[in-house]
Design a protein around this ligand. Structure first.
Ligand code: FEO
Length: 169
């Protein structure tokens, strides 16, 4: 495999683990506010991000590539209010989409069809991730300022359950 692509895949493991860290930080923030539903939502989001990291790692292993784990950055965002993590999550997912698109672009340039096929799942996943994050921002803006509305939103997010990824390697 093209060395540049191998490097990008390896870096993506770290990016996904950082995403997990970021969402754990958000989960802690909401836990401190006693918004247990939001805390639950981001706890599960962190689990999904860990799964993404493991999928990249497994793909590298399956292709005989050496995996090098790097230090994970400290999540250092200070959340000023209940909306702040929601908008930060949306921005973060847009950033992750740009990373996936970049690997896809390099794989296309290198005619690495196998990696393109592997990444197809992530391209779709990012659409879902951005859509969910966007919906959380919009719902909060519509209903979240009202205590009853916020309570109902929190109940909605409390119902989220963890599902293993549909991609199996
Ligand atoms: Fe692994 Fe939320 O993207």
């Amino acid at each position: 495999m093209n060395e540049k692509i191998a490097q990008l895949l390896n870096t993506q493991i770290n990016k996904e683990l950082y995403s997990a860290y970021l969402y754990l930080d958000m989960s802690n923030f909401y836990d401190e506010q006693d918004l247990d539903g939001y805390a639950n939502y981001y706890m599960i989001q962190a689990q999904e991000e860990r799964d993404h990291a493991l999928l990249f790692m497994k793909y590298m292993q399956n292709n005989g590539l050496k995996v090098t784990l790097d230090a994970i950055d400290k999540p250092d965002k200070v959340f000023e209010n209940i909306l702040a993590p929601l908008t930060a999550a949306l921005e973060h997912e847009k950033y992750v989409t740009s990373l996936i698109n970049n690997i896809y672009h390099e794989a296309h340039e290198a005619k690495d069809y196998r990696t393109m096929k592997f990444l197809d799942w992530f391209v779709n996943e990012q659409m879902e991730e951005e859509d969910n994050a966007d919906s959380m921002v919009k719902k909060y803006k519509l209903f979240g300022q009202d205590p009853k509305g916020l309570y109902l939103l929190d109940q909605e997010y409390a119902a989220r359950v963890y599902n293993a990824p549909s991609l199996v390697l």
